[in-house]
Write a protein that binds this ligand. Structure first.
Ligand SMILES: Nc1ncnc2c1ncn2[C@@H]1O[C@H](COP(=O)(O)OP(=O)(O)O)[C@@H](O)[C@H]1O
Ligand SMILES: [Mg+2]
Length: 264
């Protein structure tokens, strides 16, 4: 089953999409949510899951230690290959202190910016890349990677170990041109990709479709604007599996179709 990297502009609905998919897929299958956004904090509330005791970064000795390994790898090998993980990681042998599991849904946080002047988030990106490269998923298992806004994770190669990229586009010009760029980068990386429209209403959906079609981009799925979703997020309440159930089911079918037909 797939590892999916969810990307898009800030506020397009990446975390919302991850939470909705995790809840729905988790009713029947195993799901690991990987929070690879070093800034945003709200995913746990959307998922109704406690933060794991430690981030993956802290588990590996903290950012300075990981940065040192990264620098050593850069000096020695000329690339970012870090020997942080020597064995295959599976949903069954994840470090317990790094994950919080409830039922079939588990989540893990790569690392967060915690201090002023602590430096850039490159070690988080390199760690996410190494982790996803070593993460093996079996049948009936999904990995959903929530990312920071924009395309930095493409530059950092976080997508190297995933099967497909899901780009979230809400009705804005910035979202359209960012989706175009993300699709271009996914193609360059020879990854499957799909584009999901989010927060659309009757007036905006056709316009957004037209703008993306003009750029040669087909649509994998659509999530309408939902006042219930906006309200829940305002109060930090969870997005339960029942929210937009039919729409989420259609979206899951679209994603499965994209994975089968190989949209590159
Ligand atoms: N389908 C939707 N309907 C209504 N509001 C939405 C929808 N998707 C996202 N939102 C709202 O948009 C805002 C940004 O969503 P979020 O998932 O945090 O975006 P991102 O992770 O891309 O930054 C939140 O306030 C959220 O409630
Ligand atoms: Mg987010």
């Amino acid at each position: 089953m797939p590892k999916l990297l969810i990307c898009g502009r800030g506020g397009s609905g990446k975390s919302t999409l991850v939470a909705l998919l995790a809840r729905r897929l988790g009713e029947k299958e195993r799901v690991l949510v990987v929070d690879a956004d070093e800034s945003n904090l709200g995913l746990g509330a959307m998922l109704k899951l406690q933060p794991p005791e430690k981030t993956l970064m802290d588990h590996l000795g903290g950012k300075p230690a990981v940065r040192e390994k990264l620098m050593a790898a850069l000096r020695g090998r000329g690339d970012e290959v870090m020997q942080l993980f020597t064995e295959k990681i599976t949903l069954d042998n994840l470090p317990p202190e790094c994950m919080y599991r409830e039922g079939q849904v588990a989540w893990l946080r790569v690392g967060k910016i915690e201090h002023v002047m602590e430096g850039c988030a490159c070690p988080m990106g390199a760690l996410a890349r190494a982790f996803l490269n070593h993460l093996a998923v079996g049948d009936g298992e999904w990995v959903l990677v929530d990312t920071e806004a924009g395309v930095e994770h493409f530059g950092r190669g976080v997508l190297e170990g995933v099967d497909a990229v899901v780009v979230v586009a809400e009705p804005s010009h910035e979202a359209v041109i960012l989706a175009e760029k993300a699709v271009k980068l996914a193609r360059e990386a020879k990854k499957n990709y799909g584009v999901v429209l989010n927060k659309v209403v009757d007036e905006t959906e056709p316009a957004l479709r037209e703008m993306l079609a003009a750029r040669g981009i087909e649509i994998t799925g659509v999530l309408p604007y939902s006042p219930a979703v906006g309200w829940a997020n305002l109060w930090g309440e969870p997005l339960e599996g029942g929210v937009m159930r039919d729409e989420v089911d259609r979206l899951v079918s679209g994603i499965k179709g994209m994975l089968e037909t190989g949209h590159r």
